[in-house]
Design a binder for this molecule. Structure first.
Ligand code: NAP
Ligand code: GLV
Ligand code: GLV
Length: 319
């Protein structure tokens, strides 16, 4: 029986299989571990299920070296983990690809629809008792049918987001480092350079992982290429775009709207984004459905079970 640590309580039931075979200790606090607590805890466990809000850097890896066999991230993104340091220390890293694809694509659409049709502002208006009858010019938004959706990062979630756009009658452009011929055939998507995508799209949805190559990719110069009528949605990672400049563009009406689920320095929100009526802000809930979070827990547990049984993880992450 090995010892497994889980850095935060997960949805009930997800770790049942793991609990049958091993000792599973869960962080009992209603908050993430502090850095000191994390550094101390990893010394005593054979496997750790961690969250994207846990920074597993070289120091944590060093503390875990010789004891922890796997960091199983409860997320598909793994920019919170120094994967090279883990590999050098002989520690596996795994993630949860695929099971959260549809939930996250749904949320990208929730943000696009909310931003394009002023859903949050209109809701607040209605509950404040301001609805005095059908109005010919209040809350005018943007149409989806016939508009162009630009997908930045056409992987699992980017493609799932694009697939939904077919039902809305949209044209699809995409930017991705490798071509996706099957996606092109299935969705009629056209691969273009990032600059062309930004110039031509009415809606832009970001789905890149955060890496040294994608950090700050949507910088000031590139954001400036967006149409004044454009709406941009980010369910990827906050640091892929220049938040301060995006806030400036929203404030000055230089773009129509935005929907953000992720931020560069979570849980901090750039102060200039607060209080604008053309941006919808969510607290990083892309994968937050009951079914999806349960599957993510089972997947993280299966990776731990495999490694503790002396096998490779099922969803390994390598540098
Ligand atoms: P994925 O299947 O790996 O897709 C990522 C895509 O980005 C791939 O098509 C990849 O191209 C492309 N790409 C990577 N680096 C690039 C670069 N430098 N330039 C151009 N294209 C590049 O990942 P996924 O499952 O769709 O997840 C994407 C990201 O979404 C995750 O990494 C995570 O950060 C974020 N996410 C957020 C939430 C949320 O709660 N908001 C939930 C889930 C995921 P190749 O095919 O050529 O490798
Ligand atoms: C969530 O952001 C994830 O990467 O799974
Ligand atoms: C609106 O409710 C309409 O009937 O057009």
């Amino acid at each position: 029986m090995a010892k497994v640590y889980v850095t935060r309580q997960l949805p009930p039931g997800g770790l049942a299989k793991l609990e049958k075979e091993h000792q599973v200790d869960v962080n009992p606090r209603q908050r993430p571990l502090t850095r000191e607590e994390l550094l101390e805890t990893v010394r005593h466990y054979d496997a750790v299920i961690c969250l994207l809000s846990d920074t597993i850097d070289a120091r944590v890896i060093e503390a875990a070296r010789g004891r922890v066999q796997i960091f199983a991230n409860y997320a598909v993104g793994y920019d919170n983990i120094d994967v090279a340091a883990a590999q050098a220390a002989g520690i596996y890293v795994s993630n949860t690809p695929g099971v959260l694809t549809e939930a996250t694509a749904d949320l990208a659409w929730a943000l696009m629809l909310a931003a394009a049709r002023h859903i949050v502002a209109a809701h607040n208006f209605t509950v404040a008792g301001k609805f005095k009858g059908w109005h010919p010019t209040e809350f005018l938004g943007r149409d989806f049918c016939g508009a162009t959706l630009g997908i930045v990062g056409a992987g699992r979630i980017g493609q799932a987001t694009a697939r939904r756009a077919l039902g809305f009658g949209m044209n699809i452009l995409y930017y991705n480092r490798s071509p996706k011929p099957q996606f092109e055939a299935e969705c009629g998507a056209k691969r273009v350079e990032l600059e062309e995508l930004l110039r031509q799209s009415d809606f832009v949805s970001l789905h890149l992982p955060l890496t040294p190559q994608t950090r700050g990719l949507l910088n000031k110069e590139r954001l400036k290429l967006l149409k004044p009528s454009a709406i941009i949605v980010n369910t990827a990672r906050g640091a892929v775009l220049d938040e301060a400049y995006l806030a400036h563009m929203l404030k000055t009406g230089r773009i129509a709207g935005a929907g953000l689920d992720v931020y560069a320095e979570e849980p901090k929100i750039h102060p200039d984004l607060i209080g604008l009526d053309n941006v919808v802000l969510l607290p990083h809930i892309g994968s937050a459905s009951w079914q999806t979070r349960l599957k993510m827990a089972e997947m993280a547990a299966d990776n731990v079970l495999a490694v503790l049984a002396g096998k490779e993880p099922l969803n390994p992450v390598r540098p």
